[in-house]
Design a protein around this ligand. Structure first.
Ligand code: AMP
Ligand code: ZN
Length: 134
């Protein structure tokens, strides 16, 4: 890991991920501690820490991909909606200092509460295959 950033290492293919979408600018993969089934992270391949140090063009490109991936998730999964989360700084719960947008598919109704659990690797793999095909 050349800059000590785990998401850079994922973008470089040095660490495996359950990839659902990739192009020149972004990578999207399933969160391994999902809030809900299909919880996906979208990152720029170029490192920046958060919203404030990311160039406008990168941000625009990433957000366009967030929308694209959310549409794929909606067509591949029986979800009723989704939340977009983007944490900045430890106080906001940011644990990985590489810009990322969470797409959290939502099923049915209920309070906006997020509780993660350790993902089942086989299930995540099958899910990533399904969304990637969508
Ligand atoms: P945040 O709290 O906004 O910084 O979110 C970081 C997210 O990255 C958490 O939801 C973690 O579960 C997730 N995460 C950490 N390492 C990995 C990994 N190797 N593959 C996929 N997701 C990861
Ligand atoms: Zn990084």
């Amino acid at each position: 890991m050349k800059n000590g950033c785990i998401f850079c290492a994922i973008a470089a293919g040095e660490i495996p991920s359950f990839k659902v979408y990739e192009d020149d600018v972004v990578l999207a993969y399933l969160d391994i501690n999902p809030f809900t089934e299909g919880h996906t992270l979208v990152i720029p391949k170029a490192h920046s820490e958060g919203l404030l140090d990311t160039p406008d063009e990168t941000l625009a490109a990433v957000l366009a991909r967030v929308r694209k991936v959310a549409a794929h998730l909606k067509s591949a999964l029986p979800c009723d909606g989704f939340n977009i989360l983007q944490n900045n700084g430890e106080a906001a719960g940011q644990t990985v200092k590489h810009l990322h947008f969470h797409i959290v598919p939502r099923y049915g109704t209920g309070p906006i509460a997020f509780e993660s659990g350790k993902g089942d690797m086989e299930r995540l793999k099958a899910l990533a295959d399904r969304v990637r095909m969508a």
